[in-house]
Design a protein around this ligand. Structure first.
Ligand SMILES: Cc1ncc(COP(=O)(O)O)c(C=O)c1O
Length: 377
């Protein structure tokens, strides 16, 4: 039986009937842009995170872009972010005219290394964007200490980590802003694009409400600033409002799958994500490191198993960015990881049998490889 990297229809199947009923209500309501449904989801999201304000947007990318705009970041400013990650984090910095400074990540967490942030700070540094990668929380305690002592703002990229925590607090609630994505494969995935910006700052929240709706004040209806069209879609809001009720449980499900993989791989040469505690990793992706990664990916495919490479190269090596010289020096951890990482299927309601099958095929490949290597020696 085929096992895909993400089984999104399986995740949606629990909500199908309730969702179709609610879509009927939206159809009859005549309210298709913003309004009650978006507001209800924003309130549920803010309550879940225990944060004051949440603003529904059309994507996680716009959440990051708006966060930078709201802090007036622009030409001459430097924004530090990790070299290992997704391009959206960097392209928004370029879009506001600021300079991205890409630094290396920690070899254990794969998240931005606070020591590398410290090395990269200059008098132009205005913002640091920690990315909670694959569901793993960054070292927010150290990063917030640095923010305080070095005087920069923190915008958390939580696109891959909805529901991850540092002790009692949720990722996205430490910095000035938290930016979330509802891209279908995410921990809180919708049925298309969507995103959320959260903040404790009332003034910035009120400005964000205008920015997402062409600069229009929700109170006076006047166009008070130049804005954008970046409203969270009503159908997405209706769907996500149901799904958020299940987020904690579905994350626990992911964590249990990850623990099972950990056990199945223990004693082998597979480098599994380091277990630190129960809440700081929600396994948006279960990412291992192996030698011969590309051949293993092909072998898995031949056995009907989907696996993904996130990411095949550091952002400084992406064709769109490589000529810009965005690193200040070598980023060896990023370069090493990008040669070895492979993400395995890990999603809520994944059958134990399927997890065991994936692990069996991985271990079988490594064993064959080992005997092949021995024969060559
Ligand atoms: C780390 C990270 N940042 C930003 C984004 C952008 O989110 P969206 O696709 O909702 O624009 C993503 C989504 O893939 C992501 O993984």
């Amino acid at each position: 039986m085929a096992i895909s990297l993400f089984d999104i229809p399986l995740q949606h199947s629990h909500f199908r009937e309730d969702f179709l009923k609610r879509v009927g209500e939206v159809l009859d309501s005549g309210q298709y842009i913003l309004g009650k449904h978006v507001k209800e989801f924003e309130e549920a999201f803010a309550e879940f995170l225990d944060v004051d304000h949440a603003i529904g947007l059309n994507s996680g990318t716009d959440a990051l872009f708006f966060a930078l705009k709201l802090l007036d970041i622009g030409p001459g400013d430097e924004v530090i972010c990790p070299a290992f990650g997704f391009i959206a984090t960097v392209d928004v910095i370029l879009r506001v005219g600021a300079t991205p400074v890409l630094v290396d990540v920690d070899p254990v967490t794969y998240c931005i290394d606070p020591a590398k942030i410290e090395e990269a700070i200059t008098e132009k540094t205005k913002v640091v964007i920690p990315v909670h990668l694959f569901g793993r929380a960054c070292d927010m305690t150290r990063i917030m200490e640095l923010a305080e002592s070095k005087n920069f703002e923190v915008i958390e990229d939580v696109c891959q980590a909805a529901g991850s925590q540092v002790d009692e607090d949720f990722c996205g609630t430490f910095g000035r802003f938290g930016c979330f994505s509802f891209y279908p494969t995410k921990n809180l995935g919708g049925l298309g694009d969507g995103g959320m910006l959260v903040t404790k700052d009332k003034g910035l929240y009120e400005k964000a409400l205008k920015l997402r709706d062409h600069g229009r004040s929700p109170i006076t209806g006047d166009f008070e600033i130049i804005g954008y069209n970046s409203r969270l879609d009503v159908i997405q809001a209706v769907y996500l409002d149901m799904k958020i009720e299940d987020l904690e449980e579905s994350n626990i499900d992911r964590i249990e799958t990850a623990r099972l993989y950990d056990r199945l791989f223990s004693g082998s040469e597979v480098v599994t994500p380091e277990f630190l505690d129960d809440t700081s990793h929600t396994y948006g992706l279960y990412t291992i490191q192996v030698r011969d990664r590309d051949r293993l990916q092909t072998f898995l495919k031949e056995n009907g198993i989907g696996a993904g490479v996130y990411y095949r190269r550091g952002l400084h090596r992406e064709p769109a960015l490589e000529k810009l010289g965005l690193t200040r020096g070598p980023v060896p951890v990023t370069d090493a990881l990008s040669r070895k990482v492979l993400s395995l299927p890990c999603y809520p309601s994944m059958k134990r049998l399927n997890v065991e099958r994936v692990a069996e095929v991985v271990l079988d490949f490594l064993q064959r490889n080992e005997s092949f290597d021995r024969r060559r020696r």
